[in-house]
Design a protein. Structure first.
Length: 79
């Protein structure tokens, strides 16, 4: 690297993994809250006595955390 070239910077919020993590995380939190608050016997009967909103929400939160950790540990460098 010479003096006339700027040092590479991190992509930060423009990294697609951050955007994906935010979207999946938001929907995951909404589904988790819905699974905890609005859980009726009719909903459980449709899914074979499984709280589908809760489990799907928790899975989405876990995937969002994986994306966020990946973006944090291995940032994209922009020239």
């Amino acid at each position: 690297m010479t003096d006339d070239q700027p040092a590479p910077r991190k992509a930060g919020a423009f990294d697609i993994r951050v955007v994906i993590a935010a979207l999946i995380g938001f929907y995951g939190v909404v589904l988790t809250v819905m699974g905890l608050v609005v859980d009726t016997a009719a909903d459980r009967a449709k899914t074979g006595d499984v709280n589908a909103n809760l489990w799907a929400g928790l899975g989405m939160v876990a995937v969002a955390a994986a994306f966020a950790i990946s973006a944090r540990l291995r940032p994209v460098l922009v020239e």
